[in-house]
Design a binder for this molecule. Structure first.
Ligand SMILES: Nc1nc2c([nH]c(=O)n2[C@H]2C[C@H](O)[C@@H](COP(=O)(O)OP(=O)(O)OP(=O)(O)O)O2)c(=O)[nH]1
Length: 132
């Protein structure tokens, strides 16, 4: 199966809460909570992809220098092997506002374990808890 690389953000606010958005109706895994981000375009670096996706999905400005690798997960879905690269981000410009019809919430890291998330995300949660 093809390998699909996805970069996602663990946006941490001053309270130590993490931003999650839900997958809009009509997409695979609709309704599940996920970390904002998305697929790399051809020849795009993970960092550039994530900066672009955060602008498109939430209207916030970040830069590769603000991205700190904080974990990865690997999961075989039906048609792809997903490699999910997570970056912690503590500083950005602007206020996140969902721009693609997603719902959004800030949750304490402990609260992530109680959310319905894609199976690929599970192994990331302990890694995120460890960096706080
Ligand atoms: N952004 C993000 N994607 C995740 C997470 N967990 C997880 O399994 N994924 C999967 C879902 C998708 O198959 C893929 C992300 O792709 P994407 O967001 O660029 O694209 P999509 O499938 O939502 O929609 P499309 O752009 O293809 O229409 O990674 C996560 O926490 N964040």
């Amino acid at each position: 199966m093809p390998l699909l690389t996805v970069a996602c953000a663990v946006l941490l606010n001053a309270d130590g809460h993490v931003l999650v958005t839900d997958r809009p109706a009509g997409k695979d895994m609709a309704g599940l909570w996920e970390f904002p981000g998305g697929k790399l375009e051809p020849l795009e670096s993970p960092e550039a992809a994530l900066v672009r996706e955060l602008q498109e999905e939430l209207g916030i400005e970040t830069s590769p220098a603000c991205l700190s690798p904080c974990g990865f997960a690997s999961w075989s879905y039906e048609k792809v092997n997903l490699l999910l690269l997570a970056f912690a981000i503590r500083r950005w410009r602007g206020t996140p506002v969902p721009r693609e019809g997603q719902r959004m919430q800030w949750v304490p890291v402990n609260g992530l374990f109680r959310l319905d998330m894609p199976p690929a995300d599970r192994p990331l949660l302990g890694q995120i808890a460890a960096i706080l």
